[in-house]
Design a binder for this molecule. Sequence first.
Ligand code: NAP
Length: 350
Amino acid sequence: MAERVIIVGSGPAGWSTAIYAARAELKPLVFEGAITEENRLSGTLPLGQLALTTEVENYAGFPAGDLKTFLETAIDPDRLQFMNVHEGKHAVTGPELMELMRQQAINFGTRIVTDDVVEVDLERRPFVVRTLGGTSHEAHALIIATGARANYLGLPSEEAFKNRGVSACAVCDGALPRFRNKPLVVVGGGDSAVEEATFLTKYASKVHMVHRRDKLRASMIMQERALGNPKIQLEWNHTLDEVLGNDKDGVTGVRLNSTIDNGKKQIDASGVFLAIGHTPNTGLLKGQVALTEKGYIKWTQPFRTLTSVEGVFAAGDVADDYYRQAITSAGTGCMAALDAERWLASEGIH
Ligand code: NAP
């Protein structure tokens, strides 16, 4: 029998959608993503981008506090044992927030499949959803909340040293021995770059932030953090030309190019972390849903999560190249569930 609603994605948008859909008795089925090496490298493991971040200081309702007891009582002990629950006062971390949302969705009856959706057939009704694991599922309504993944520059040298010093996730890889007490490079000038650079100062002897302009894009509070950190050195007006290294040591440095006079400069570094923005995860749609010029799913009505295909809704970063915050993703997740619920009712599907 066809599902009433299938939700693809397991970030704040996916879980908020699931919480609302479950409470509307739609018995949602969530595909949270597969645990594969490919997904690890591209940053698309279950729980999305927030699982790759540290403290989330701006999610309303989570001021810094001692969350240990709360987490221990709220989250399934089987999953809690794999989490690094911190003692003492801190803001909720990305992984903690995602586990809390996931558990909240389960508490209301959400079912979860740990697999990737690789293809959807939107020509047929009910829609058909196919997974990496080879299973097929039908759904009357579909909510796409697949988020976005970190960009790389596309340099051959960057590709050559992936997993040997080149990464797009400081939180995942920063504590590796190869990065300890060594100079590191972060590329980018947005909030992610500052967050990654700040995080890496815990391990690195120095962090060079390479930015192509003379002004950071990051929010004021994050800028102050970067500029006030003695271990962070800004390399203004430079781009990354080449990652340097060898087979034995992996990354040993970078060659930078000045955006002002094309001058070259070399910096020693044992790691390079890319933080240059994101690309929406729309591959599973294979051209069946209209996208914006930038490749994000197009919302076809103002203040609605409707897409170009009736019965398909989009929530979170996969459809938002503007706000891209955890809380706005969660908000559009709620909207998508309400939109889907109302559409299903209008179609007489209960
Ligand atoms: P972003 O804001 O789009 O910043 C990307 C940065 O990379 C920009 O500084 C950009 O330079 C640079 N860049 C892009 N392409 C480049 C290229 N080819 N070569 C060199 N540099 C390049 O992305 P983000 O930092 O990942 O942030 C995404 C969203 O998440 C934002 O809305 C941000 O506020 C949010 N976020 C928030 C937090 C937080 O509040 N704690 C943490 C992380 C992310 P230009 O500035 O010159 O364009």
